[in-house]
Design a protein around this ligand. Structure first.
Ligand code: NOJ
Ligand code: MG
Length: 532
């Protein structure tokens, strides 16, 4: 069995998008005191760590991913006292706290950038990425912003362009400059000293760009209707070999504080992703594995993805799985309400640290946003092709009171229309709700060490059935997931599938013995247990 000692290997992570979790001061935006208020809920859910999307001082052009003071709390979210109180309360409840580190870019209002753009010879100039115009006055190369248009913004006053992988209000820092590295490492130490248990590092694969700023090649596989930046391949603008040196440095900063975790946000194919564990595992503990976010929801595809991922992992590397986040459509909308339960069973029975996205445990769906209600700058820049992220960032649905108990004021994004029924209070009372399924799955994972530390063993299956085993510590658990609407029946004789049902996604078959055949209803998943 793999070494599974560290808390971040054993635990279950929960992502909070602070603007949308709980408002405590009646301004329609969630805040730190609101999160403290909801810690008891997280304890009843059973998660072990919370990751907070950015809570730092920010003009909010990209809702906190544009930081103007890395060591300040934005007043919208509260004060440093509120933050300290949150860490204290979380730790007293046994919950770890993970912050979002956004080192690739700052806000254009960060004092570093304000200085940098003052003049070409400003001492901070080289903290950002400045290039001369092409002879025709155009941008230095063909790199594109992920949020639409050129990645270069012309600065009239100094006659140069600066690089921004995202919004023009998010200039990229120059990570080839040692002073930048030192400054961000100090930021990390500031929060680590305050007791945070680790970081999720924003777009970590972006940090280093090609030293020569060569043009990127065209993408021959571009699909019409996809975001415009996909017209070129980011060969020279992301995933450069030197980035691993930077990540190893971050790890050292972190490791000096003991048992903390480094998570990397990385959207790359599995084979490229693996490099982010670093040479001899000196990189991120958990390079986020987003394979399920875009997986076609078919048993054979999922089976292949798991196999590819498991096979590609370097020796000793710990896996992880993600079903949703604040940038991607809600899982319940991608796969449907019934399969969302199967997806939950998948997430919580695979080998590796699971990260839950707030609200997925109550089956929250993508909320339609009226054109005049759009808040996401990505949607504003690239309208109409479905890139908007507001729909997965709507307020948590706590109860059936106005605004779903999220706020006494009109929330910054609309509450889902179905909140009267789909809310924490109501789904807690409903014995067979998805929320109670999540709770049961989390309890099961805690009770059965094999689910955390056991091997992953695929079992051959056909059609809509996905089968695998987790074994170790004297037990074998078999997970059988029906990814289709039709019932599935399987002869179990001699197949090693005998045992008893520990949990069904339908929450109505606990303890049922399996012999002869295993019958699954449409959209049903079960965990079958057997002692060795
Ligand atoms: C990734 C974050 O998850 C996303 O929300 C943000 O817009 C970009 N990075 C830019 O920081
Ligand atoms: Mg508030």
């Amino acid at each position: 069995m793999a070494e599974s000692g560290a808390w971040w290997r054993q635990g279950i992570f929960y992502q909070i998008y602070p603007r949308s979790f709980q408002d405590s001061d009646g301004d329609g935006v969630g805040d730190l005191a609101g999160i403290v208020h909801r810690l008891p809920y997280l304890l009843t859910l059973g998660v072990d760590a919370i990751w907070l999307s950015p809570i730092f001082t920010s003009p909010m052009a990209d809702f906190g991913y544009d930081i103007s003071d890395y060591t300040g709390i934005d007043p919208l979210f509260g004060t440093m006292e509120d933050f300290d109180a949150l860490v204290r309360a979380a730790h007293e409840s046994g919950l770890k706290v993970i912050l979002d580190l956004v080192p690739n870019h700052t806000s254009d209002r960060h004092p570093w950038f304000v200085e940098a753009r003052r003049s070409r010879d400003n001492p901070r100039r080289d903290w950002y990425i400045w290039r001369d115009p092409k002879p025709d006055g155009g941008p230095p190369n063909n790199w594109l912003s992920e949020f639409g248009g050129s990645a270069w913004q012309y600065d009239q006053a100094t006659g140069q362009y600066y690089y921004h992988a995202f919004l023009a209000q998010q200039p990229d820092l120059n990570w080839r400059n040692p002073a930048v590295r030192a400054a961000v490492y100090d930021v990390m130490r500031f929060w680590l000293r305050k007791g945070v248990d680790g970081f999720r590092v924003d777009v970590i694969w972006h940090l280093i760009k090609d030293a020569e700023f060569r043009d990127n090649p065209a993408n021959p596989g571009y699909i019409e209707g996809r975001p415009p930046h996909e017209r070129i391949l980011p060969r020279h603008s992301t995933d450069q070999p030197e980035v691993h040196q930077v990540i190893a440095e971050m790890r050292k900063v972190l490791d000096a504080f003991g048992d903390r975790v480094l998570i990397g946000e990385i959207y790359l194919p599995i084979e490229r992703l693996m490099a982010y564990y670093g040479k001899d595992l000196s990189g991120a503990h958990l390079p986020f594995n987003f394979a399920l976010l875009s997986a076609p929801w078919h048993a054979r595809d999922i089976e292949r993805i798991i196999a590819e991922y498991e096979t590609a992992l370097p020796p000793g590397a710990w896996p992880n799985w993600v079903l949703g986040n604040h940038d991607r459509p809600r899982v319940a909308s991608r796969v449907g309400a019934e399969q969302a339960r199967v997806a939950a069973m998948l997430l919580l029975t695979l080998r590796g640290t699971p990260t839950l996205y707030y609200g997925d445990e109550i089956g929250m769906r993508q909320v339609a946003i009226a054109p005049d209600g759009v808040r996401d700058p990505f949607e504003k820049n690239v309208p109409g092709i479905g890139v908007g992220r507001d729909g997965c960032r709507t307020p948590m649905q706590w109860n059936a009171t106005p605004n779903a108990g999220f706020s006494t004021a009109a929330p910054w994004l609309p509450v889902a229309e179905d909140f009267m029924h789909e809310n924490v209070v109501n789904l807690t009372a409903d014995k067979r709700s998805i929320l109670n399924l999540y709770r049961a799955l989390i309890r099961l994972r805690k009770r059965h060490v094999a689910l955390v530390a056991g091997h992953y063993r695929p079992v051959a299956a056909e059609g809509d059935l996905l089968l695998y085993r987790r074994d170790g510590e004297g037990e074998i658990l078999t997970i059988a997931l029906n990814l289709g609407d039709d019932p599935v029946s399987l002869a179990t004789e001699g197949s090693g599938l005998e045992g008893q049902i520990l949990l069904s996604t339908h929450l109505d078959r606990d303890g049922e013995p399996i012999h002869g055949t295993l019958d699954l209803r449409g959209n049903e998943g079960v965990v079958i247990g057997r002692s060795l």
